[in-house]
Design a protein around this ligand. Structure first.
Ligand code: FES
Ligand SMILES: [Fe+2]
Length: 395
């Protein structure tokens, strides 16, 4: 078989391979994921991102609406991010096909003559629902190809003689849940974002995020905690939809910042920590009128790369720059640990999850498996927890 023929066959194989890959890589589809920071998309600039191994091109229309398309022209696959954006349509750099940025619908094929019967409006570039919240552009990663009308699919469409194929985004808009939003508790507050890439599968990133036992070893410091401050803890957990909650409690007494807060307000400090699928840990700390709220989302980029997007808001008298010094150090400590872990994981070792410190990790895997099972069977999802549970560990 000649090389060009082989590569054409290979290209036409790719949709099937991709659908197969979706179910195999341990990613959770049909959820919102943060793709880029809002600040990265200005004017007519096109930004790129990869989510769940899907290349995306993102931008904002002249009316201010964020959009996300698959970064691949449905004609010959060249990345659309190399094309031009006029505020409404993205023009491919290869043959100049133009696509409406919000619907992905093709609006012009410059090579067509008046003799051509091709229904341009039936061609769609892949595109995804997109929302802006908390300074991020979120993309709803729906399973299957959003739509990518290559020549084969177009022939199919022509045979059906129906009207223009409806845009899948329009169909989905009604069934798409609202994008996540960080909870805030007063009108005025400070807000900051941090991000950090981890060279691991999203599952490792997530169980690292909810792991209570690494604190005294990885995050040792005089102002936070030392390895000698380890003591036994008892935490109550309860099931919540798609996740679990560490029930409201007074935070660890071996952490100096919490002691300070309590001294400042004279009121008890309570913390509520939630984990919800696909990837989000939120924490709310309140003491009197003062509050701190944060969210860490671990997003799968590729099978061997994920990214923590951390956003925090507070009305404490804490300058952003001071918070960032500590938070950056914290994230860097986790990142360095995950880099070392990735070294070890190259050799595919057998791993363990122990009780009780790794029980949240077991719930995560249980939630994920049960969600996939319920989607496969079309049944209600069974929660891996029967009810509230008290866990004990030393940290
Ligand atoms: S590859 Fe995009 S127009 Fe031809
Ligand atoms: Fe950590």
């Amino acid at each position: 078989m000649s090389e060009p023929v082989r590569s054409i066959l290979h290209a036409s194989d790719s949709p099937a391979r991709e659908v197969g890959a979706e179910s195999d890589l341990g990613f959770l589809w049909d959820f919102w994921y943060p793709a880029v920071r809002s600040s990265e998309v200005t004017g007519r600039r096109l930004a790129t991102a990869t989510l769940l191994e899907v290349p995306l091109v993102l931008g904002r229309t002249s009316k201010g609406k964020a959009f996300a398309m698959r970064d691949s022209c449905p004609h010959r696959g060249i990345p659309l991010s190399h094309g031009r954006f006029d505020g409404t349509t993205v023009e491919c750099s290869y043959h100049g096909w133009r696509f409406d940025a919000c619907s992905g619908q093709c609006v012009e094929i410059p090579s067509l003559t008046s003799q051509d019967k091709l229904k341009v409006e039936r061609i769609f570039a892949g595109h995804y629902p997109c929302e802006e919240r908390d300074g991020y552009i979120w993309v709803y990663m729906m399973s299957g190809r959003p739509i990518a009308s290559g020549a084969f699919q177009l022939d199919e469409g022509d045979r059906s003689q129906g009207g223009a194929s409806p845009s899948p985004t329009k169909n989905l808009a009604s069934s798409t849940p609202a994008a996540p939003k960080l909870s805030v508790f007063s009108e005025k507050y400070r807000l900051t974002h941090l991000a950090c890439e981890l060279p691991s599968h999203v599952d490792q990133g997530i169980i690292g995020l909810m792991d209570p036992a690494h604190g005294p070893f990885v995050h040792q410091s005089w102002y936070w905690r030392s390895r000698h401050s380890i003591h036994e803890k008892e935490k109550k957990f309860e099931p919540i939809p798609n996740g679990f909650r560490m029930s409201p409690h007074s935070p660890s007494s071996n952490s100096a910042p919490y002691r300070l807060l309590q001294r400042y307000t004279g009121e008890p400090v309570t913390t509520t920590i939630d984990f919800v699928l696909p990837n989000m840990r939120t924490e709310e700390i309140r003491s009197g009128k003062l509050w701190f709220s944060s969210r860490a989302a671990v997003t799968p980029v590729r099978r061997d790369l994920c990214r923590i997007d951390f956003v925090a808001a507070w009305n404490l008298l804490l300058p952003v720059w001071i918070f960032r010094i500590f938070a950056e150090k914290f994230l860097r400590q986790d990142q360095e640990t995950m880099i070392l872990q990735a070294e070890g994981l190259k050799h595919n070792p057998r791993l363990m999850l122990i009780d009780d410190a790794d029980r949240p990790a077991k719930w995560y895997f249980g939630l994920k498996a049960n969600l996939l099972e319920s989607r496969r069977m079309g049944t209600t999802m069974k929660h891996p927890m029967d009810g509230p549970v008290t866990l004990h560990w030393r940290s």
